[in-house]
Design a protein around this ligand. Structure first.
Ligand code: ZN
Length: 104
């Protein structure tokens, strides 16, 4: 079974040219990631097999890597880039906006 990104509105897999990162083993880090995802997905709970893709991490969170290397996250990296959905009630139109959710 291939893993996919759990971020709301994303769901990317390795085939989408992203790197998937498994939720951290450290309980404190794990909770930080879960909390960030919950900001756009209420009533969702992470499991240790959940993944987030590289789209949700700012450039500063990656180790500097060779152009051919697999991107690696720095210790303590927290996902901050999420898609928020805004509803325009009058026109009934729905649009997506990539946004930064700073870690609180
Ligand atoms: Zn993603």
């Amino acid at each position: 079974m291939s893993s996919h990104c759990v971020a709301y509105g994303c769901g990317k897999t390795a085939e989408n040219d992203v790197t998937l990162f498994r939720f951290p083993k450290d309980p404190e880090e794990f909770h930080k990631w879960e909390k960030q995802v919950q900001r756009t997905r209420s009533n969702w709970f992470a499991s240790p097999n959940c993944h987030l893709c590289s789209d949700h991490f700012g450039k500063d969170y990656f180790e500097s890597i060779s152009p051919f290397g697999v991107p690696k996250l720095k210790p303590g990296a927290v996902p901050t880039v999420f898609v928020l959905i805004f509803y325009k009630l009058k026109s009934q139109c729905l649009f997506f906006n990539i946004t930064m959710l700073p870690f609180l």
